[in-house]
Every structure is written in structure tokens, then in C-alpha cells.
Design a protein around this ligand. Structure first.
Ligand SMILES: [Zn+2]
Length: 595
């Protein structure tokens, strides 16, 4: 059936105050109405629920009772997704308690996208008091008082964007069902949340290009800025809490670009689409993009496994003090040589608070994104009543969060394709419930390329030289020339078997030149992900975790800066097209504290 794209604005005029819970409030006894930056909003999931219920009723009425009361008609399914999980194969056959997630299989996520409804003018909040009632006797229970925050009143208007690409009958059903939406949110039976809904057709709203290309180079940094909350997978857990990962994987970004291209009317069979996004030999190599600070033009790095830091390194009195964090990859290797000769090495302590330094976590040149816990209530589609077992929470990343990664093989085909994308780019989960929209910018970075690698290697050699000189005087040096040292940190997870990783990373760095592995600070992990093409979860695979670090020495001529600069963005190991295997050559973080 032919599909068409439909853009509209849903207008909700309040007839009574709203009670829309969800975002956790500081005092948990108050059901805070969703407040985001002082604007009152109705979360997209609540609107979507109200629209779905209206469409179900209308479609079932139109089929003259032929459909069972609880069943959902085909047009409603087209718009809102089939009942059951939209990730049907995820938990198949893995136990009784997660059967609820696997549903009847065949579930889909639906074609209608609803955004949050935002108040047009300032709305005011008020607190309503209530008394719990004993269900058996009907008497008030004096010890069960509750308070609820409600927002707005008759006449206040909120509006939300609707977007879908669906068949004409489905769009028609949606348009006619809007009038049936008479309530949104909680306590509708107590007079709250009464609304009058209407729809205004709008032309496709494209205020700003979602993909921007600022350079002609084939190897660039890619900056992703969240314009809506994000829920980045990982795979959902069998519990009812889903927490966002703190980074945008390369696979997710590639999928989001492909999705935006399709929604921009570019066919999957189009030659540039295949070359830039599908063919593993030529496709753009997106790395995982890590959380960055909004302002700094840094390429963030996971804290190297060899890094020690004071627990309070982030405190005000610790800032910019040399020695509150120090890396031990190079200095520790040399200290090890001295220890073998009977020397002693004191434990590192914080110069500010005298605590012993411990393994560092987090990011260097980046910061964990802000998060918010959002709790939602699943509703029975047929009755509209809350389903008590279906309370679920998501831990979402807040808008304005910024992620930076690298990109390689940005050839002519990729450039032509990116220039044609005009649909919004969306990443992660709950994309049709107001989440996921990002802006993607490809830009040059002073941290990438031959010159950057050259300067970092020179700094490492300069810092290591005095230590090597001491070692030589004591007769323990194994490496004569500091220029032949090469230290590397995994910027992303690396898909190599952990036991073979030092040898395989070294081989990628040095090629045919013999080398020695001097020090390893490595951790093992696993990676998976959701594949939308199959669809199904990707097999769990062992990886060497991001932040693992290695120190090598070349036994012949060390590789060229140009070669290493390309290796940084093209990566090592398997699954490089999914964002894995990226390296940072001699990053400054490895010289921290002993330089
Ligand atoms: Zn300290």
C-alpha cells in the first residue's frame, strides 16, 4: 500500500487542570507534573497512549463489533505498533519471568511519532490534597493523606508535533480519532486532565539541517548534540528499568543516518546509500562517540586503565593541582624495572588531601552526561485503566548532552548522501515517543591527523627520556631510544580476544617490524547491541574494554605518523564498522602526573 508522510500539530486546550506524573520529584509524595526548564509539558508517551486508545475505539466501532473488544485493529497497529514487544526475539525462551518482554512476537514500534506537548504560554502549578479511601468500607483513612501537583486550568493550550509515514486509511483514522481524545494524564475520573483536542496540518518542519558537513577531509571528528532526551541501548534488561548508556555507539549513529536517509526519500537500493552505509568495504567508519563537555573542542578519552586518581580529583580545591591524577603505564614500567633491582617505590598519595590514589574512572576531556529518571505507567489498551504491574522507569540523558567521535572513509558517495538528508536524525530508544533527535556535525579537529600524532609522540619521548637515562645509569634499561616507545589507549572497546590483544594491537601498529610489549593495563568486557536489519540482538562478544592501554617498543624503525594517524580513526580488530577498535596514539593522559 502506498505510504505518505503526514506532519501536523496536535493542539490540546485544557478544560481542567492537568496531572501528568512521570519525572521524579524531590519530595516523592508529590506527583510532580512534568516540568522541564520551567515549561509544563505532557510527555509524548502519555499523548501517544491517549491517541492510541482513541484510534482503537474508533476502528473497533467502525468494524461493527467484528473485532473483539480487546483486539487492536490493523490500522491502529500500523500507527502505534502491534501489541507485544517491539523486540520480539530478544528474550525468547530464556525464562518465565521475562516472557512478558517477548510477547507474542511480531510486535513493531509503529509509524506514528509524537513529541512532548509544550505549553504555549506560562501555566501555573497548584497542589491538590487528597485522602486515601479504604476500598472495603469506603471510609476515609486518616493516615493516608497525599498531595499532588497539578498544572494549568481551563483555556491553557499545549501543542505537540505529530509525524508519520503511513497508509492513507491509517492517517485518516488518526485524523478522525483526534476528536475522541477527551482526557490526558492521571485522575481523569476525578475531573483532572480534561482536554479538547484538535489537529492543524503543518508542512514538514525543518528549521535546521540535522546533518552538517564542515570540511572536505575524509577523516574528521563527528559531534552529536542531543536536542531531545536520549535513551541509548545496550539491550534492555529483563527488569522494568532501562538505563541509557553514556555514549553513542558507531553502529547506532550509522543506523540513525541510514534511517534519516530513508525518511528523506533516498532508496535503500541507491548506489551512494549502499557505498556509504551498507558495503563493509567502503562504508563510513563511525567510531563510538563519547560524552564531551559542551564547550571544549576535545576528543574525549575513557580514563586509561593505568590511571590513578584521588577520589576527590573533581573537587574545587583539587582542580589544576599536579599529581591528583597520574598515569602509571610508562612510569610504572620503569618503576617495575627498578623494583626488580631491589629499589623501592612509594605508593602515590594525593598532594592535596594525602589519600592514596586509586584506579580512575570516567573520562579524560569529557564528562558524564546529565540524566533524569522518568517513571511511566503502562495502560490497558482496552479499558484505559492503569496496569499495576507495568510501572517502568527509564534513565534518560538530558537534552544538550554532547558526544564526540571520529569518522573515516568519508568519500564522495558519503558526501553526496549526507547532503541529501533533510529528515531529523534520531538515535536510541523510544524514538516515536519524543526522544532521540540529535544534530550531527562533521568537523575538523586539531586532535586528529599526522601533525597531532607527531606532536604527541614527541612529547611522550621527551617525557620518557630522563626516566630512561636514570634506568640506563642503574643498568636496568631495556630500551635505548625513547623515540621507539609507543603508548596506546583504546578509545573504544576493541573486538579482539583479550589474551591475544597485546600481540594483535602491536602487529597492527608495527606491521612487519619486530616489537616488544613492555606494559599492559587491560580489562575485558562484552558488547552486544540491537540490529534493526535482522531484526534481533547482535551476539554477545568478548572485547577488550575501552580505556585499556599498552606500551610497546619497536625493535626496528617505528611506524610513520601518517600511518598511525590513519590507524587511530580506522581502528583495529573486528566490527570496526560498528564503532569498535579505535585507538588514541600517545594521548596526553598517559603523561599525566610524571611528565
Ligand atoms: Zn585528594
Amino acid at each position: 500500500m502506498t505510504q505518505r508522510t503526514f506532519h501536523a500539530t496536535l493542539q490540546l486546550t485544557l478544560e481542567s487542570p492537568l496531572l501528568v506524573g512521570g519525572h521524579t520529584s524531590p519530595a516523592s509524595y508529590v506527583d510532580a507534573t512534568s516540568a522541564k526548564r520551567a515549561d509544563y509539558v505532557i510527555p509524548a508517551s502519555a499523548l501517544r497512549g491517549a491517541l492510541r486508545e482513541a484510534c482503537t475505539r474508533l476502528e473497533n466501532a467502525a468494524t461493527d463489533g467484528a473485532t473483539a473488544e480487546t483486539a487492536v485493529g490493523p490500522l491502529t497497529c500500523e500507527l502505534f505498533g502491534a501489541p507485544g514487544a517491539d523486540r520480539p526475539k530478544l528474550t525468547e525462551g530464556t525464562g518465565d519471568d521475562i516472557a512478558i518482554h517477548s510477547g507474542d512476537a511480531g510486535g513493531t514500534s509503529g509509524k506514528l511519532r509524537v513529541g512532548d506537548a509544550v505549553a504555549r504560554d506560562t501555566m501555573h502549578a497548584a497542589v491538590r490534597h487528597g485522602v486515601g479511601v479504604d476500598r472495603w468500607t469506603g471510609a476515609a483513612r486518616p493516615e493516608v493523606h497525599f498531595q499532588r501537583e497539578v498544572a494549568g486550568g481551563p483555556g491553557d493550550v499545549l501543542s505537540a508535533p505529530l509525524e508519520c509515514r503511513a497508509s492513507e486509511p491509517a492517517i485518516d483514522l488518526l485524523k478522525r480519532a483526534i476528536a475522541l481524545v477527551t482526557g490526558v494524564g492521571n485522575s481523569q475520573s476525578r475531573g483532572l486532565g480534561a482536554v479538547c483536542a484538535s489537529i492543524e496540518a503543518t508542512t514538514a518542519p525543518i528549521p535546521k539541517r540535522s546533518v552538517e558537513l564542515r570540511s572536505n577531509r575524509t577523516e574528521l571528528a563527528v559531534r552529536i548534540v542531543a536536542r531531545e532526551p536520549l535513551l541509548l541501548g545496550g539491550l534492555p534488561t529483563p527488569t522494568n528499568v532501562r538505563e541509557s548508556l553514556p555514549f553513542v555507539s558507531g553502529a547506532v549513529l550509522r543506523g540513525a543516518i541510514a534511517n534519516a536517509a530513508l525518511r528523506s526519500g533516498i532508496a535503500e537500493t541507491y548506489e551512494d546509500f549502499r557505498a556509504a552505509l551498507v558495503d563493509p568495504q567502503t562504508c563510513i567508519l563511525f567510531s563510538d562517540a563519547l560524552p564531551a563537555t559542551e564547550s571544549e573542542r576535545n576528543l574525549p578519552l575513557p580514563a586509561p586503565r593505568s590511571r590513578l586518581a584521588c577520589k576527590h580529583a573533581g573537587d574545587r580545591d583539587h582542580r589544576n593541582v599536579n599529581g591528583v591524577a597520574r598515569d602509571t603505564l610508562v612510569s610504572g614500567w620503569l618503576a617495575g624495572l627498578l623494583l626488580r633491582e631491589g629499589g623501592t617505590v612509594a605508593p602515590f598519595v594525593c598532594p592535596v588531601c594525602s589519600r592514596t590514589l586509586t584506579s580512575a574512572k570516567g573520562w579524560v576531556g569529557g564528562v558524564d552526561p546529565d540524566r533524569r529518571v522518568v517513571t511511566r505507567l503502562g495502560r490497558d489498551v482496552a479499558t484505559g485503566a492503569a496496569s499495576p504491574g507495568l510501572l517502568y522507569s527509564t534513565v534518560q540523558i538530558e537534552p544538550t548532552a554532547t558526544f564526540v567521535g571520529t569518522v573515516a572513509r568519508l568519500g564522495d558517495a558519503a558526501r553526496r548522501l549526507l547532503a541529501r538528508i533533510d529528515a531529523p536524525v534520531r538515535v536510541g530508544g523510544l524514538r516515536n515517543r519524543g526522544l532521540g533527535t540529535v544534530e550531527v556535525t562533521f568537523e575538523e579537529s586539531s586532535h586528529l591527523g599526522r601533525g597531532a600524532v607527531q606532536s604527541r609522540r614527541a612529547k611522550l619521548a621527551k617525557a620518557a627520556k630522563p626516566l630512561l637515562d636514570v634506568a640506563r645509569v642503574l643498568g636496568v634499561a631495556e630500551v635505548a631510544d625513547a623515540d621507539r616507545l609507543l603508548a596506546v589507549v583504546a578509545r573504544t572497546d576493541v573486538a579482539l580476544p583479550p589474551e591475544a590483544a597485546p600481540e594483535r594491537v602491536g602487529r597492527a601498529l608495527f606491521g612487519e617490524v619486530p616489537f616488544r610489549v613492555l606494559a599492559v593495563a587491560q580489562a575485558a568486557g562484552v558488547r552486544s547491541g540491537w540490529c534493526e536489519r535482522t531484526p534481533g540482538p547482535r551476539a554477545l562478544r568478548p572485547v577488550v574494554s575501552a580505556g585499556s592501554a599498552w606500551l610497546f617498543a619497536a625493535e626496528g624503525e617505528a611506524p610513520s605518523d601518517e600511518y598511525l594517524a590513519r590507524l587511530e580513526v580506522e581502528g583495529v580488530g573486528d566490527d570496526r564498522e560498528l564503532g569498535l577498535g579505535r585507538l588514541a596514539i600517545a594521548p596526553h593522559a598517559l603523561m599525566e602526573g610524571w611528565e
